[in-house]
Write a protein that binds this ligand. Structure first.
Ligand code: ATP
Ligand code: MG
Length: 404
């Protein structure tokens, strides 16, 4: 345990290796700074010290917070691998004492010591220090031996100017790029399994995400809305916060079902959603739309349907799960913690008005002719104008904060 002059005490450190970031030559500092800011904001309620250099980031923290800090690191994009290390002052006696104490708690029969001196003023050369520490362990722990090729326990010792790190473990981070290294995208977030996974994968590329939920009260319930809020909260753990925009879709949906051919209702409904998404992307300065469409999954996701639907807008649409099987999507949903929320059975605006035989090969001409049967343009403007926004913050205990 190290006591700093300022009185703060930290006894553990997480050493982060950036991984894929290191291939970004010109942007490297921007990527590292963004990762730093993301971690700083996620850990603002904890007693931590964060430092960064070009190769590593260090989060020093109290042992009692390990569980929470690890959970945050495990959900931060831009981290390739990390280690949890103990900190001691850089002096021979303290390092030897700590290495022995820590190794004695481990179960192993072969080991290797790997010392690195980033501070060359430490008088003993790394190779020599490997021998010193190995000798110490062999003398004090029975029935162990050195194996430099395939040891059960690899003891890493990093010697820095004032403090040194000792660790044995290596954990995989979730990779990707830090959120904020790409500008904003707008996720179409329903209560289903696919769209939260699509959102996760988009954030993994560094995108800042706002979510948009199309609601059709009273045909859909408040529970359906709460489910989407819960999904947003889960997704916000991977960024810091998510703004959720809720669109009142009821008037448009009712007009569609009053006026249009039944088999075209879903096609037209989705063309309306896309038009609203384009308006919202201008309103919230987003560059792309992201959704959970998967080729061939339902009638509205055949390639013909997708092209007829997509043709109403010019904003690019990213479909991260377009080529995944449902089982593959479900596997990611379980891993990221959205699956259990998605399977809670509440109706969605797409499921309350399902026609018996939705068209799988719609024609653009028919879609246009059908939707011209009511004045959708003013309704779209109104839907965009009347959007309600909720800011959902990952480290807040509240279910969601007030409407903005
Ligand atoms: P499921 O997992 O059951 O397929 P889903 O959310 O993927 O659920 P789909 O009917 O396949 O539902 O819709 C395709 C995509 O359209 C969704 O992934 C989502 O991005 C978007 N979408 C559908 N309904 C809504 C909605 N009510 N609000 C926002 N986006 C929606
Ligand atoms: Mg789907």
């Amino acid at each position: 345990m190290i006591k700093y002059a300022c009185g703060d005490i930290v006894d553990k450190v997480i050493l982060i290796k950036y991984g894929e970031l290191s291939t970004k030559k010109g942007n490297r500092n921007f990527f590292i700074d963004t990762l730093y800011k993301n971690i700083e904001s996620k850990l603002e309620n904890y007693n931590v010290k964060i430092h960064k250099d070009r190769a590593r980031m260090y989060i020093e923290f109290l042992d009692k917070d390990l569980f929470f800090i690890k959970n945050v690191v495990d959900k931060t994009f831009g981290i390739h691998t990390y280690h949890i290390a103990n900190i001691v002052h850089t002096n021979d006696d303290e390092i030897q004492k700590a290495v022995l104490e820590l190794v004695q708690k481990e179960v192993f029969s072969t080991f290797k010591i790997d010392t690195k001196r980033s501070d060359k003023s430490f008088s003993i050369h790394s190779q020599d220090y490997n021998r010193v520490l190995a000798g110490l362990l062999l003398k004090n722990i029975p029935n162990i031996s050195v194996d430099v090729h395939n040891p059960d326990l690899l003891v890493k010792v990093e010697i820095r100017a004032t403090e040194s790190f000792i660790y044995f473990n290596s954990y995989r981070g979730i990779g990707g790029y830090p959120v904020g290294t790409q500008p904003r995208g707008l996720l179409m977030l329903s209560g289903g399994i696919d769209s939260p996974v699509a959102g996760y994968l988009a954030m993994k590329r560094g995108m800042i995400l706002d979510a948009v939920y199309f609601e059709a009260m009273p045909h859909t319930s408040i529970q359906a809305r709460n489910k989407v809020i819960k999904l947003s909260k889960r997704l916000s753990e991977y960024s810091s916060f998510i703004r959720l925009h809720i669109v009142n879709f009821t008037p448009i949906q009712e007009e569609i079902y009053k006026n249009c051919r039944e088999d075209y209702c879903i096609t037209i409904m989705r063309r309306m959603m896309y038009r609203i998404m384009e308006g919202l992307s201008k309103k919230y300065k987003a560059y792309v739309i992201v959704n959970g469409e998967s080729i061939g999954q339902v009638a509205s996701q055949t390639l013909v349907s997708m092209s007829v639907i997509n043709s109403v807008i010019n904003v690019p649409v990213i479909r991260p799960v377009a080529c995944f099987d449902k089982l593959e999507i479900m596997e990611i949903a379980r891993k990221i913690g959205t699956y259990d929320i998605s399977i809670i059975p509440y109706e969605d605006c797409c499921t309350v008005f399902v026609p018996k035989h939705p068209i799988i090969n719609p024609s653009i001409e028919t879609a246009i002719a059908e939707e011209e049967k009511f004045d959708y343009r003013s309704m779209i403007d109104e839907a965009i104008r009347s959007v309600q926004t909720i800011k959902i913050i990952s480290n807040s205990n509240e279910e969601f904060s007030d409407l903005l």
